[in-house]
Ligand binder design. Structure first.
Ligand SMILES: NC(=O)c1ccc[n+]([C@@H]2O[C@H](COP(=O)([O-])OP(=O)(O)OC[C@H]3O[C@@H](n4cnc5c(N)ncnc54)[C@H](O)[C@@H]3O)[C@@H](O)[C@H]2O)c1
Ligand SMILES: [Zn+2]
Length: 354
């Protein structure tokens, strides 16, 4: 469900999804302060018993410690098979709460109410849940589809500006991989989007979730290859994230740089037109997304190494999702190292390369 004012209808939505009993709302202090009251009132009115479980802010919440702490809270409050967990927060909250729901008593119902743009267009769709290990991100988890996804557009109003803008990179990604009309909408309405006009946000969230849901439903467990197109900009992006240390770049910013690299590569290979590349760079600029890395020095060799370690590479082969035209991508592998390095350099500001 996508639209304004939805959290006030949480109770009715859970009823319609056939859920009953108790609901453990999992959230972070800042988000609970903003949105728990309305959510709780709606749930109580519909007859649910509501508990609140707070997790820390930030990626570190996706840990074994927090997972077991949540299991313990569910046990302490007597949660049974018929009860539910509702995630109220961004991707971190959804991933942890979803995995707790998947594993507690071998699975209780899960509802995902994403409150970040990233959660609404990406992480709350597709059923992936999980936590990190000290050795790396998302190493333990499961595919566990939620019983309902609630994307209340109103919650996007309180997102920090940088957070909001970075997540628009994922929206640009959907346009490039699948939807020239969405891409055109981004080209023409950057101002309205950055001003967070509710109507346009609703269009963006519903179109993006629709594209992701379509891809995922044809390749639910990432076995057929189709889901791979969602990685457009991510192979290079993960390289930048790791080489720069996660603190310097937000995920969406790294993906934006990754799309710049992939586009450069596609032009060099003669797959994509220079005019198409200009359109893409222009959209990034209008939406305030970075076109080049300028937060300290980046070591191109380090970005390459990080890309090789990317868990999504299959049997040692790096695959690249490259634009063919706006709305269509192709997959290429076994590309020359030299071309890959040039592509990385294309997204590094002069004087910022080691
Ligand atoms: N499951 C998937 O398919 C999938 C897909 C993409 C990303 N992810 C995961 O998602 C996570 C990133 O998600 P994220 O970008 O939403 O980060 P996040 O959950 O850390 O949220 C970002 C920040 O915004 C705050 N916040 C959330 N909603 C707010 C609101 N409405 N107003 C003000 N502040 C708000 C949060 O407290 C946090 O500080 C990563 O762990 C990533 O691995 C999962
Ligand atoms: Zn992403």
């Amino acid at each position: 469900l996508i639209g304004p004012g939805l959290l006030k209808r949480t109770g009715a939505i859970l009823k319609a999804a056939g859920l009953q009993g108790k609901v453990m709302v999992v959230s972070q202090p800042k988000i609970a302060h903003l949105y728990f009251k309305n959510t709780e009132r709606s749930l109580r009115r519909a007859g649910y018993t509501v508990k609140l479980h707070l997790i820390p802010n930030g990626e570190t919440a996706k840990s074994q410690t927090e997972l077991f702490r949540l299991h313990a809270a569910l046990l302490e409050h007597g949660f049974e098979r018929r009860d539910s967990i509702l995630a109220l927060g961004g991707g971190v909250t959804g991933d942890l709460a979803g995995f707790a729901a998947a594993t507690y008593l071998r699975g209780i119902a899960f509802v995902n109410a994403g409150t970040t743009l990233l959660a609404q267009v990406d992480s709350s769709i597709g059923g992936k849940t999980g936590i990190n290990l000290p050795e790396g991100k998302n190493l333990v988890g499961s595919f566990y589809p939620p019983r309902a996804v609630i994307s209340d557009i109103d919650t996007l109003k309180t997102l920090p500006d940088r957070e909001f803008r970075a997540s628009l990179a994922e929206v640009v990604k959907y346009g490039v991989i699948r939807d020239a009309v969405l891409f055109r909408l981004l080209e023409l309405n950057a101002k309205k989007i950055l001003g967070r006009h509710p109507g346009i946000l609703e269009t963006i969230v519903s179109t993006s979730s629709g594209i992701k849901a379509g891809v995922v439903s044809r390749d639910e467990f990432e076995t057929k290859g189709e889901r791979m197109i969602l990685n457009f900009g991510h192979t290079f992006g993960h390289g930048f994230e790791q080489a720069s240390g996660y603190l310097k770049l937000l995920h969406g910013e790294a993906v934006s740089l990754g799309m710049v690299c992939a586009t450069h590569l596609a032009v060099k290979l003669g797959i994509f037109s220079a005019a198409g590349q200009q359109r893409l760079l222009c959209v990034f600029r209008r939406l305030g997304l970075p076109l080049s890395f300028s937060k300290g020095k980046v070591d191109i060799q380090e970005v390459c190494r990080a890309m090789m370690h990317d868990k999504k590479k299959k049997a040692g082969v790096l695959r690249f999702v490259l634009p063919e035209k706006i709305g269509k991508v192709v997959i290429r592998q076994n590309l020359e190292q030299r071309l890959v390095r040039q592509a990385i350099a294309s997204a590094c500001a002069k004087g910022h390369v080691k």
